[in-house]
Design a protein around this ligand. Sequence first.
Ligand code: 1GP
Length: 251
Amino acid sequence: MTFERGKVELLLTSAAARGAGHLTLIDPDSQSPEEAARMARAATEGGTDAIMVGGSVGAAGVLLHETVKKIKEQTDLPVILFPGSVAGLCENADAVFFMSLLNSRSPAYIVENQVLGAPLVLRYGLEPLPMAYIIIEPGGTVGYVGDARLIPRRKPELAAAYALAAKYMGMRLVYLEAGSGADSPVPTKMVALVKKLIGNILLIVGGGIRSGATAAELVAAGADLIVTGTAVEKSQDVASFVSEMTTCIRR
Ligand code: 1GP
């Protein structure tokens, strides 16, 4: 039986085919659900392709549920969960990055939370997006919480080996993560080598991306989808910031 590509995966694929897509990451722990919804609405006006909701610490329970609910009242874009653990699942989102942190030292982040989460994904009717999550130096909070053996920035071949393993295991998305708020994003040389090896698997790049110009360089290197969280959160004018990003990365 082949695994059907769902609506959200098709949307991400067609965004990538237009040059690249943009994903706005909202951490429920960083603001009220109402404020999160205002950000999502402004990001939608700026042309973002989907809203990611999640975080390493505190993105769970009522706060997570309310945040997704308020966001969905303000935008028709898909809401994709970006869970730090099984606690990051909720039934009112559209899809979930069903991710394995491949370079974690802990089975909890490679497979155990996924086993606990799989029956909930089914019960909630979330579209699972099978994704390899690979954390690169400096890695930030997620690198610490996820007990990652960080890939050195000067070792693109290591990131490429992980990404190739993900491809051979049948994952359809690869996310190269430098960590939220990183001083610099994943190096372009690493992005290019990974993309060369994984071909048409969707390559997501995030962590430390603050300008359209930086995003454009990563897209030119091979990124299909660009994630911004901190820069959106800090922006005084979210719609304009996201519009700058989307204009720079689309053909
Ligand atoms: C974090 O890659 C994302 O998981 C986004 O990072 O907050 O630095 O944009 P920023």
